[in-house]
Design a protein around this ligand. Structure first.
Ligand SMILES: CC(C)(COP(=O)(O)OP(=O)(O)OC[C@H]1O[C@@H](n2cnc3c(N)ncnc32)[C@H](O)[C@@H]1OP(=O)(O)O)[C@@H](O)C(=O)NCCC(=O)NCCS
Length: 152
């Protein structure tokens, strides 16, 4: 799994290393594209959501829901055939919530060049089967259980 250090662009006066882990790498297919050959923004948002879940799950094996997704600005297009990486980092944690940063990079099909597509900030919340928030550091609430029942 790739681990990458970046200097946060918001912290130019105070350079700080931020560690990202690769949550997902996906090849973009024609079904995800408009008639110009570029990928729908909503497809990228969907993968950002999945990447956020993958990062949140590191904090506990629960149902995780997306409570919020901040504004997402697309700085470069993604094209059919590009290999898109969704890199994640936990920014902060609360009782039941985890704030996750997702960085999206696209490796161009034709050249292999890597471009920065967007960054997203999201809040994931651990919930029980009734949808009520639970402390994410509690025992796993999904999976197989010793009495033979299965939940989630
Ligand atoms: C997310 C959700 C469980 C929060 O419910 P709630 O009644 O506000 O829960 P709580 O008051 O116990 O708050 C739980 C945590 O969520 C955080 N939270 C709630 N709403 C939030 C929001 N809009 N943005 C960021 N964090 C939020 C709270 O700060 C709290 O964090 P903490 O426990 O780490 O301190 C509820 O709003 C929900 O189920 N939303 C739908 C989620 C969903 O289905 N997403 C996919 C949409 S298709």
């Amino acid at each position: 799994m790739r681990s990458t250090s970046y200097t946060s662009p918001e912290m130019n006066n105070q350079p700080a290393k931020i560690e990202f882990q690769t949550a997902l790498r996906v090849v973009m297919m024609p079904r995800d594209a408009n008639n110009y050959g570029s990928i729908f923004g909503g497809v990228i948002l969907s993968y950002i959501d999945q990447a956020g879940y993958i990062e949140a799950r590191k904090h506990g094996t629960h149902r995780w829901v997306t409570a919020s997704l901040d504004r997402v600005d697309f700085k470069a297009p993604v094209h059919v055939g590009d290999v898109v990486s969704f890199l994640t980092q936990t920014e902060s944690t609360g009782r039941s919530s985890v704030k996750v940063r997702v960085r999206v990079e696209s490796e161009r099909y034709a050249t292999g060049d890597v471009v920065h597509v967007t960054d997203a900030h999201m809040t994931m919340v651990a919930v029980n089967a009734a949808g009520k928030s639970i402390p994410f550091n509690s025992a796993p609430t999904v999976g197989d259980f010793s009495d033979g029942t299965s939940c989630g």
